[in-house]
Design a protein around this ligand. Sequence first.
Ligand SMILES: *[C@@H]1O[C@H](CO)[C@@H](O)[C@H](O)[C@H]1NC(C)=O
Ligand SMILES: *[C@@H]1O[C@H](CO)[C@@H](O)[C@H](O)[C@H]1NC(C)=O
Ligand SMILES: CC(=O)N[C@H]1CO[C@H](CO)[C@@H](O)[C@@H]1O
Length: 888
Amino acid sequence: MGRVKSLCFLAVVLAVLGQSFCSDEDPQCSRDVPVKSRIDCHPQPGASQEKCEARGCIWCSTNMPNAPWCFFPEDSPYGYSLNGNAEKTAKGWRLTLNKLQALSLFGNDISPVVIDVEFQTRDRLRFKIYDPNRQRFEVPLKVESPSVAADDTSYDIEVADDTSHFRIKRKSTGTVLWDASLSDLIFSNQYLQITTTVPSTSVYGFGEHEHLSFKHSMNFATYGMFSRDQSPTPFANLYGVHPFYMCVETDSNAHGVLLLNSNAQDVSLSPNPSLTFRTIGGVLDFYVFLGPTPENVIQQYTEAIGRPHMPAYWSLGFQLSRWGYGSIDVLKKTVDRMHYYDIPYDVQHSDIDYMERRLDFTYDKVNYAGLPEYMQQLKKEGMHYVLILDPFISKDEEPGTYRPYDLGEEMGVWVNNSDGVTPAVGKAWPDGHSVFPDYTNPRTVDWWTQMCLELKDVLDYDGIWIDMNEPSNFDRGQYPGCAVNDVNNPPYIPSISDRALAQKTLCPDSKTYLGEHYNTHSLFGWSQTAPTFHATQKATGKRAFVLSRSTFVGSGKHGGHWLGDNFSQWKDMHLSIIGILEFNLFGIPYIGADICGFNYNTTYELCLRWMQLGSFYPFSRNHNAEKNSEQDPAAFGAEFAKISRETLRIRYSLLPYLYTLFFESHVHGNTVARSLMHEFTSDQKTHEIDTAFLWGPAFMIAPVLQEGARSVDVYFPEAPWFDYYTGNKVPASWLKNYATVDAPLSKIPLFLRGGYILPKQAPATTTTKSRLNPFGLIIALDDQGEASGSLFWDDGDSIDSIEKEIYFLAKYTFSKGHLKTEIVKNGYRGADSLKYNTITILGLRLRPHAVALNGRTVRGDAFSYQTNGKLTLWLSAALTQELNIAIY
Ligand SMILES: *[C@@H]1O[C@H](CO)[C@@H](O)[C@H](O)[C@H]1NC(C)=O
Ligand SMILES: *[C@@H]1O[C@H](CO)[C@@H](O)[C@H](O)[C@H]1NC(C)=O
Ligand SMILES: CC(=O)N[C@H]1CO[C@H](CO)[C@@H](O)[C@@H]1O
């Protein structure tokens, strides 16, 4: 071995000198492990041959970018082997593993460890690797834990005695979904690592990051996960944590995997293809979802972690915000010009400048004098109002003058220092000393609820936006800095920005009710979301609106998210689509990015294109940072306002369809914004597409993402597609190809998919008004002349209308020239006064000579036919009566 090493060493020196004498890989030192299957044995910075070999690992250069030069040998000296046979348990079986050798990578290895397998449902499996002798931290997410007989599952599990490979196979195809060698497993007190191969390179998910593509690169990319307040840049760990991925197998079946762990962690994606998970605490608690379609995977995932909440109808309207209106006069001027241009607009937000010196639960009585009355006025006009709250509370106010602090202090609700009794004091708005409410503590929930209720008496809000809940702190750790100990200085810090756990937050050894901040840090925003949801619901008596910057697995049950403090750049506009698709995978479909970008000044064209794209974000809000130039859609003059108005009117007219998608998401766990890959999984070309997306299965949005572009190259998977604006059918020659579609500045390309019926409603300037308008149906026929769809409707803002069955649900089917509606549920009396007034059918092959409505022939001037196959029918029929339309 000695000579081999020195040869390699020479190669390294040459590589360092910038020579490429060393071929792709050195054949000698990497004899056993091909470059593509290398697993990094020195994941922290500062690897050297000496340190590598001291670990019993192989050092070998390669010029494959990002491939590790220090990697584990074929037989890792750190792993485990099976001890005895599997033991039956109530829900599956259990195996004990013993560590093979005494060698330790990061100290304090645990042996034995146990692997517990639970057959939970036909398509869901859980396996957990833990210490049988000591309770370690586990994420307190309540996942129902049913059980099913092994024979009734869609998966098989194998543990090969000789090789210690733990494999999960899809029964129907034999595809190996998971294959981890237990002899590669590392399970020590502050370092847990497991590697599995994946059956293809179509891997999606993991968050929260700014990913450069929806489908991941598997070329040795590493992503850290640990909630952090920082502006999105590639590879940076951002506000939320979602250790969940979906993989599309080569035969187009899909599965998903969750690692339910909240510790600082990272994952490496390698070309083998394989994934290596590294976390510095907790247990290895995996859930596998067998799909087999991408939609099935997300349905099964959200069944486990909690279905997304049902948003209020008004919250699907357009929303406006900015940090730094600076005064109520500027705010009013902005609102007025939105109204002047008749731009559809439902919600106004206030960022921290509404507060008195940025103190939660106050408002600035000088610059925002009259804010309570103004909020009331907007609400009378049918609008809604959202207020921001930060988590931290100033402790610098005179005792007796700032109730949020005084009451919280009295109740003992703060995150404490490592002593467990003195509050952790950091630095945050208003740029002084702040304490941090510990939302994992039930007393804190009482305090927060009380404060939110008292705020409502002053400022009549409809929803709460919770920001900076990573939690963010302006310093590294609290006063007087973090002590030097194993918790604050673990032997391995995952691949997160600055490689520092306390950066911009509290010290890891701080104490929360649920345990050390080391374990609960990334749960902070998650633990604030449900209490805020319940407090808002209590305060308003209506369906809650909560928008949270920090999220974790399961956050979608109580809140939505925006993609954070993005930049006004063309690149960011494209990346926002990826973020939106990913959050739909994470079970948080109420998602959007700051339209026109948050940081930096925007430009006319970027903002216009972003308004067009953002009109189709599930959560559609234009938001801007302090001191930047104004960017609301009324700020750029009449032409810009007109284009924004027209695009938002399309959004508003399709809100019944969007709302129905949210209903399906809430009840069945479907995604709302959906990648083309979800619908056309067997078309490999769709796997890479992240420049266009769908609302549900049927509506494609293909935005302009480049400056100066006046056309878009749109990929059309094999299906009938219709231009939204003209109803023209996309020519067959465009299918399974990219086609160049016109996109003048005034227009965003939009397409309807044949086979679907979309409910619509005439738009208005608010949803309060549009909800009273007549409905219509767009029937886009497939090649057999068929289509189907549905409409969900309720009062839009009462709590639990679905659970209480106070709603209306209709199913539509079109076949053989007949449209039939079936009323599945007629429990909402508010639907009785609503009417249909138009039906549009796209894709008719022949000019119809007659149309009959509920058995009676309609007059010839009540319908019109265009040669492109589009029929428009005008009618007046009650929404709650079944329709029967025949085309002859
Ligand atoms: C934090 O300290 C306060 C006393 O200041 C105490 O009432 C509270 O229970 C402590 N909380 C935790 C989680 O240690
Ligand atoms: C952004 O716009 C504002 C207001 O129009 C201006 O004061 C500021 O200088 C601009 N910033 C940059 C970086 O151009
Ligand atoms: C425009 C945009 O939203 N870009 C990125 C913003 O940050 C998120 C992460 O919070 C990314 O996912 C987006 O792609």
